[in-house]
Design a protein around this ligand. Structure first.
Ligand code: PLP
Length: 448
């Protein structure tokens, strides 16, 4: 394995865990200690396969805001996913990377006028709204838009709540449909978001039921209500697989009850963290340390300063309520543990990643690995104090990538979802290539 260029992917002969891949990379780095991510693209593929297996009726539209990494967007475009974009910038990025306008939902209920105009120019027709002023604004700018009415949910069990900012309640939703009919705007469906990091499947079930009521009302008014968008909020960290299966089962059952497949109704979702959280492991380096004696216990305690912090990748500590767990990669004694705090590299006292944890003693130059760092990290990071944050390095086993390509390339796009899983399961995985770096082959990602 060599040091690699931006955005290229290490196609490996063997299967590696993120930890093994990081260790391999560190061994090559010697004096270079910049923080980096090991991005496991097989994990992203497997998430997609699991999604379409467990919720075959629900077409995922990846929420780009969660992590707008171009290789993730390209891969998901290749695998047939749609995209939830929140702005002109995201729409442009996704389209520049090869996704067509009909695979995009502009899912921001309150949009800048010029961005609505841009959506019209590039042919993105489907967009959400949740208030009358937005409806009137879209009417003026883009009267042919296909509108999706976002309703409010009970997101009290979510880690990040949105209901205080977005979503029409049931009464308001009915009034908005009346208004849309009066001004001749086209409403095609209902969307909701149960909050990011939603902890109960009941939130989805209740919201699906409410959406049904609003869709019924819309149908009565003469709208062709055929799109249900069940939003994001699905868990993505390693270890949440059973919970995702539970949500999927509850969603499928609620859909069966309230939205039986009549060949016309289309169900989509806007998963963000589900796709990327577990695929990203961050490697940071200990750049400084401070040893102290605890005045109460007399024990040694430590402060470590690492080269990525809350202004960079760890902004998730502030914005996403994340509690990162350090995995130390040190050659020192792993058995004895000390009270420790871990700090980012900026001059700000707020830049603290862990206030008090018990970990082995580290030395300057040791590496710390942080798992489940793909969601709401890079996308909101800045280079405060002129300090870089983790740069992604992608990896995927050659045999896996070959099998994905074989499965997806030979199948006409509209049949892919059903057949690719079978093909992947029966693939012939040969290990013939040397470890090497291969760039994406751009033709692979051009839509048919
Ligand atoms: N859709 C919308 C409109 C959102 O605002 C968000 C997150 O902010 C998402 C989807 C993605 O949510 P999650 O990452 O929890 O799946």
């Amino acid at each position: 394995m060599h040091l690699i260029k931006d955005n290229s992917i290490v196609v490996t002969k063997n299967q590696y865990t993120a930890e093994e891949f990081i260790q391999k990379k560190i061994d090559l780095l010697k004096d270079e200690v910049e923080p980096f991510y090991a991005v496991d693209l097989e994990d992203v593929c497997n998430k997609h396969i699991r999604w379409i297996t467990l919720m075959p009726r629900v077409k995922p539209h990846y929420a780009v805001k969660c992590n707008d990494d171009i290789n993730v967007i390209k891969l998901l475009a290749y695998l047939g996913a749609g995209f939830d974009c929140a702005s002109k910038g995201e729409i442009k990025k996704v389209m520049d990377l090869g996704a067509s306008a009909d695979r995009i939902i502009y899912a921001n209920p309150c949009k800048q006028s010029s961005y609505i105009r841009y959506a019209q120019e590039v042919g993105v027709e489907t967009m959400t709204f949740d208030n009358e002023q937005e409806l009137m604004k879209i009417k003026q700018i883009y009267p042919n838009a296909k509108l999706v009415l976002r309703i409010v949910t009970d997101d009290s069990n979510a880690v990040c709540r949105f209901s205080m900012k977005f979503g029409a309640d049931m009464n308001t939703a009915r009034k908005l449909l009346d208004k849309a009919q009066e001004i001749d705007m086209r409403i095609i469906g209902v969307s909701f978001h149960c909050g990011s990091g939603q902890m109960t499947s009941k939130a989805f079930v209740d919201a699906i039921q409410n959406a049904r009521m609003i869709m019924n009302y819309g149908n009565k008014l003469g709208f062709d209500m055929h799109l249900l968008d069940i939003g994001g909020g699905f868990p993505g960290n390693t270890g949440t697989e059973d919970y995702f299966a539970e949500i999927s089962a509850a969603v499928n059952q609620a859909l069966e009850e309230h939205f039986p497949d009549d060949g016309h109704i289309k169900i989509i979702a806007e998963p963000g963290r589900y796709y990327v959280a577990s695929a990203y492991a961050l490697a940071t380096n200990v750049i400084a340390l401070r040893e102290m004696v605890d005045s109460e216990t007399g024990n040694l305690k430590y402060m470590y300063y690492i080269n990525d912090g809350v202004y960079g990748s760890f902004n998730c500590v502030l914005y996403d309520h994340y509690v990162p767990e350090p995995h130390v990669l040190t050659k020192g004694d792993l058995n004895e543990k000390y009270t420790t705090s871990i700090w980012g590299p900026t001059c700000d006292g707020l830049d603290c990643i862990n206030k008090s944890i018990q970990i082995p003693k580290l030395n300057i130059g040791d590496w710390i690995l942080w798992k489940n760092m793909g969601a709401y990290t890079i996308s909101a990071a800045v280079q405060f104090n002129g300090l870089p944050y983790g740069k992604p390095i992608y990896f995927m086993p050659k045999h896996f990538w070959d099998s994905v390509k074989a499965a997806f390339q030979s199948i006409p796009r509209k049949h892919q979802v059903d057949t690719c899983i079978m093909r992947l399961n029966s693939c012939d995985c040969s290990n013939e290539v040397e470890d090497d770096m291969l760039p994406w082959i751009p033709e692979d990602f051009i839509e048919e």
